[in-house]
Design a protein around this ligand. Structure first.
Ligand code: C2O
Ligand code: CU
Length: 811
């Protein structure tokens, strides 16, 4: 709904500028019409145009107000301040001054010119022959004048078909007649002066200027705080209005002069051409500067933001002794309880279900091997890069490891080049469902396979019943000619042109959703009465919607955090953020239970383009992906149940409250506001629709500065056209509220929070893990295009560098 409002707002911003451009041009050229008749016709047309433009403007204002109401002030402040307010003022001026002036002018043109043109008519002014019924624009008129060779000497001319045209002298007694006030004669000075009334012209031109500026600011919003720019904008419009008024008064005086002559076409074109040239030069220069400015430097320090910090209302940096990221490691000397080797390779691989993939893989499997660790035990992982050319790292997504073990190229380590290795050592502080992936060029390598599931068990926990990790991923199928097999798997109708089951990725290959290593339906045998835990991992960019049909179930954990007193759910769809996890538990009934993915935006080409994950993340709604997992008792022949189509599960009020170390009423040491938006601009020299944080992209988004021990509140507001799964490394976030509504269920801890268009979340965390941490959108395409910032602890510096020259490109 809000996403739709954002789209509408963009559309009407552009339309308003176009409409007012026409209206302004019409108003300005009204007084210099060739004949009184065309003047009157134009006046009528002008009134219609102005009225329609007023409607467009009213709609734009209403949309801004609607956005403020629906998405909150923070999301809509600039639409209101920079568009709605000045547009309303200008629109009111048009309604109060221009519309009545048009009506008066129309009457005057019809009823008679009180002081008609007298004396000889100079060339081009009037009295040129007009073929009956011909509609002449000024340009055509000038051409026709030369073409038919009529002497412009002030005498009446004739044409074969047309009536004689009155020349000089008083108006004929009837309006609309050949020489009458509404006739084909040139308008007299009084009529001209009336048509040049500043009230007709100035408010309309101001409206155009406001609509233009508001349109540009909608596509490329200003950066808060807005007070300065807002006052500046109003002052600018006031000055422009004053200037236009003076100009128009002079024009009117000129036009009221009986000796006024209609300037030649060339002269009339001088002004608009100059104006257009100026605008073109100005915007080209502006774009050129933005383009230059957007180019990333060849190297960026890992803590590059040292000069650009968001203090969140807390004290400035410089109070803590300096520490180097590289020193913030896990235990160095302790004997690890577990040793794991991950070897990264690149080669063509085949999923269990048969599709070929130009893969990057850990240990030769797709996805990488599931790692099972024990909470509190020291794990040592040796990463070996066999032949992944651009390098590899491993980031333990959701596990709050010491900073130097976090695996971010250019921030916490250098990318591991082919033939090199790197050792990670850490103790997972919490049990739960996590995942790991390379954080070097993650937007491409994660798609191709450099990830796997990571489960941390409680020490001494005995596996109970079935405990299955289900990693969902849309794989780029290598054969671009390959059609998806036509095996329809129950469910909804095909959507879109690209086949019912798969989208296409940017390279023309197909994307197909798999659960684990299979894109096909799969059945496993589970005895009735067995407790089942399914750990859902979404290893993609867009939110993914699941159906678990055939049994009531509980949402046992969110992002690896157990829910408190979860209740049974039936007929609920489950949505997991890109990079997020969700555990469901149930007890196997006597009939089959089936897990399916519904309408996967991740397997749709649209998710790579402007449409993003689609309205409410439901792109491809109604489509059921082929991959599914059925758990059924042995020998059971009951057909698996159809996917549920119930409401979405909402964690905000699920389960029962429990104690949390902080909450809505706590005192926060720092509060940060992150507005996620769109802007038309450049990133690293490429023009694109930017995904911004506080109207900036990396590396211009100020880092959030904290001191160890700070209690921190972050407000996310999404005023963009796509979902943003916001992921903070090294910390878990407690959700306090959504859209002003308190979280009242089980404490909702998360590390990857999907913020949908129009949504506003308040989250909190304790700054208890010093370092330089990534805080980014886990739609990795957005991150690659600059939707990245850092959380920096006072005094911590990184010796690593990112950027082209450094070989480190975290996204
Ligand atoms: Cu899952 Cu910064 O990453
Ligand atoms: Cu995003």
């Amino acid at each position: 709904m809000v996403e739709n409002l954002f789209e509408q707002n963009l559309l009407w911003a552009v339309l308003a500028a176009v409409f007012w451009a026409y209206a302004a041009r019409g108003a300005r050229t009204l007084a210099t019409r060739r004949t009184a008749r065309s003047l009157r016709r134009r006046a009528r047309l002008g009134l219609v145009l102005v009225s329609v433009s007023l409607l467009v403007l009213a709609l734009r204002v209403a949309l801004a107000a609607g956005l403020a109401a629906a998405a909150g002030w923070r999301a809509a402040a600039d639409f209101v301040l920079f568009a709605a307010v000045p547009l309303s003022v200008a629109g009111l001026a048009v309604a109060a001054l221009t519309v009545p002036a048009y009506v008066r002018l129309g009457r005057l043109a019809r009823d008679g010119d009180p002081a008609p043109q007298a004396g000889p008519a100079p060339a081009g002014r009037r009295a040129e022959p007009v073929p009956a019924g011909a509609t002449r624009t000024a340009g055509q008129g000038a051409g026709a004048l030369a073409a038919d060779g009529t002497a412009a000497d002030g005498t009446a001319g004739t044409t074969a078909a047309g009536p004689a045209v009155a020349g000089t002298g008083p108006w004929p007694p009837y309006p609309g007649g050949p020489g009458g006030p509404d006739g084909p004669a040139a308008p007299g000075p009084a009529l001209r002066a009336a048509a040049a009334d500043p009230r007709l012209v100035v408010p309309v031109r101001i409206c155009f200027a406001v609509a233009l500026v508001a349109g540009v600011l909608t596509l490329h919003p200003p950066t808060p705080t807005y007070t300065g720019p807002f006052v500046l904008e109003l002052a600018l419009f006031a000055a422009v209005a004053g200037g236009l008024l003076l100009l128009q008064q002079r024009t009117r005086a000129d036009l009221a002069d009986t000796a006024w002559t209609r300037p030649s076409r060339a002269r009339r074109l001088i002004r608009p051409i100059t104006l257009l040239t100026c605008v073109a030069l100005f915007s080209t220069a502006g774009c050129g500067l933005m383009w230059q400015d957007s180019k990333l430097p060849d190297t960026l320090g890992g803590a590059q933001h040292a000069h650009k910090l968001d203090l969140g209302g807390g004290p400035a940096a410089g109070h803590t002794a300096a520490r180097d990221v590289a020193t913030l490691t896990g235990p160095k000397d302790e004997r690890p309880a577990r040793r794991i080797t991950l070897t990264a390779t690149t080669r063509t691989m085949t999923l269990k279900s048969g599709e070929k993939i130009e893969a990057l893989a850990f240990n030769g499997t797709l996805p990488g091997p599931e790692l099972r660790l024990v909470r509190g035990e020291l794990t040592e992982v040796v990463l070996i890069n066999q032949n992944v050319e651009d390098g590899v790292t491993v980031h333990w997504h959701g596990v709050d490891v010491p900073n130097a073990e976090d695996g971010v190229a250019g921030v916490t380590q250098d990318a591991v080049k082919p033939g090199e290795r790197h050792v990670y050592r850490f103790k997972a502080p919490r049990a739960g469902t996590f995942w790991y992936h390379s954080h070097q060029q993650s937007s491409t390598v994660v798609t191709r396979g450099l990830f796997g599931a990571l489960v941390v068990d409680e020490p001494g926990a005995r596996p109970q019943g079935v405990d299955r990790t289900v990693v969902a991923h849309a794989w780029p199928i290598a054969d671009s000619e390959g059609r998806p097999d036509e095996q329809q798997d129950g469910g909804g109708p095909p959507r879109g042109g690209g086949g019912a089951l798969s989208g296409q990725n940017g390279m023309g290959g197909l994307l197909r959703t798999a659960l684990g290593d299979s894109t096909k339906p799969r059945t496993e045998t589970v005895a009735p009465g067995t407790p089942v835990r399914l750990r859902l991992v979404n290893a993609d960019n867009c939110p993914r919607t699941y159906s678990l049909a055939g049994t009531p179930f509980k949402v046992a954990a969110l992002d690896g955090n157990e829910t408190n007193a979860p209740s049974d759910l039936t007929n609920r769809r489950l949505r997991v953020a890109g990079g997020g996890r969700l555990d469901v538990t149930y007890v196997q009934p006597a009939a089959p239970v089936r897990l399916t993915v519904i309408g996967d935006a991740n397997a749709s080409s649209a998710s790579h383009g402007f449409e993003g994950c689609g309205e409410d993340g439901a792109y491809g709604a109604g489509r059921v992906e082929t991959a599914s997992l059925t758990l059924a008792p042995a020998g059971n022949t009951t057909p698996p149940p159809a996917p549920v189509d119930g409401p979405l599960f909402d964690p905000l009020h699920y389960g029962s409250p429990a104690d949390t170390p902080f909450g809505p009423a706590s005192h926060y040491d720092r509060e940060f506001h992150l507005v996620l938006g769109n802007s038309v601009g450049f990133f690293d020299g490429r023009p694109m629709m930017l995904w911004t944080v506080n109207n900036a992209v990396y590396p211009d988004i100020p880092a959030l500065l904290v001191k160890e021990g700070d209690l921190v509140k972050v407000t996310f507001v999404n005023r963009s056209l796509d979902d943003h799964p916001m992921h903070l490394h090294g910390h878990r976030l407690l959700v306090l509220s959504r859209d002003g509504e308190r979280a009242t269920g089980s404490p909702w801890w998360t590390d990857t929070l999907n913020v949908a268009p129009g949504e506003r979340y308040e989250v909190a965390f304790r700054a208890d893990n010093p370092g330089v941490w990534m805080d980014h959108c886990h739609n990795l395409d957005h991150a690659r295009d600059g939707m990245v910032l850092h959380l920096t602890y006072d005094g911590v510096t990184s010796p690593y560098h990112s950027g082209r020259a450094s070989g480190n490109q975290p996204e």
